[in-house]
Design a protein around this ligand. Structure first.
Ligand code: FES
Length: 296
């Protein structure tokens, strides 16, 4: 089977041949047009002379023969060039298609990554803060209180501090506990609506607890083509994660999907915490999770 590099070389080579043939055909035709008038007038002149001078008959015959030979040679040359052009054009199309199907997937641009990362949420998913504080949202209410107070002291009470405060909460708890959000609203000018809007707008914020291990399965183009969805389905089945959830019932693993992890040549790829696992099969991905669980 032809490799991507070989397909590329064949495509480039056949394109060059096709270009040369096209150039030669055009040039041949142009020269023929340019010479036609002069050759016709030469024949006419000889014919006129031949009417009065019998000796001109031979040169006239030779000239006609020469012009006929030139014309036949040009026709033969044109036919050969047309065939070469046809074959090289076909080769170019076939090799080009082969190369496009085999070429390495380009990494997405930074703009694409940003666009995916900060894509606005689906309008139907409106998040609201609960009326009461669930006792299980934070590990320790006292710690939670002092942590939130520390954030307020550090960032201030204005509405503009919403994002840094949410980022600090996310970094600390790995999600945004409802209890912490309610405290933030009580101690600052930030409103529940502002928190709901901000936390749902940015993909970095989670509103539900994460498992002990976060697994990011890449669904970028290269990984998608290489079977990312099968990996995802197998992991969800293996962990028993409900269709509308991303974390298993024992809070061992959270499955996250990302646009590209930047190592497309290893597709399909996933990251377990900071460890990258590539060229995965569904069974290999399952075993990687089992190994992580056994090691902890
Ligand atoms: S598409 Fe780039 S790492 Fe998956």
């Amino acid at each position: 089977m032809i490799s991507a590099l070989a397909a590329r070389r064949v495509a480039i080579g056949s394109a060059l041949v096709a270009l040369v043939c096209t150039g030669a055909l055009v040039a041949d035709h142009a020269v023929a047009v340019w010479r036609a008038r002069a050759e016709k007038s030469r024949i006419e002149r000889l014919e006129a002379q031949a009417k009065t001078e019998a000796a001109i008959a031979a040169p006239l015959h030779d000239e006609r023969k020469r012009q006929t030979g030139v014309s036949l040679a040009r026709e033969t040359r044109g036919r050969v060039l047309a065939w070469i052009l046809l074959v090289s054009g076909g080769l170019f199309v076939a090799a080009g298609q082969r190369y496009v199907s085999l070429r390495p997937q380009p990494l997405p641009s930074l703009d694409d990554l940003v666009a995916v990362r900060f894509a606005p949420p689906k309008p139907a998913k409106q998040q609201t803060l609960p009326a009461s504080l669930p006792a299980t949202d934070a590990d320790d209410p006292v710690d939670l209180l002092s942590f939130v107070d520390g954030l307020v002291a550090r960032f201030g009470r204005s509405r503009e501090t919403a994002i840094p405060i949410l980022q600090a909460l996310q970094a600390h708890y790995r999600y945004l506990p409802d209890a912490a959000l309610r405290l933030v609203c009580e101690r600052t000018e930030i409103t529940p609506a502002q928190i709901a809007g901000t936390s749902s707008f940015y993909a970095q914020f989670r509103r539900s607890p994460v498992g002990r291990h976060v697994v990011r399965v890449c669904h970028g183009t290269a990984c998608h083509v290489a079977g990312a969805e099968q990996i995802n389905q197998e992991l969800r089945r293996h962990l028993g994660i409900a269709p509308d959830a991303d974390t298993d019932a024992q809070s061992r693993f959270t499955l996250d999907t990302v646009a590209c992890l930047g190592c497309c040549s290893l597709a399909p790829v996933m990251m377990i915490e900071e460890e990258t696992a590539g060229r995965l099969t569904p069974a290999g991905a399952r075993q990687a999770l089992d190994a992580v669980e056994q090691a902890t």
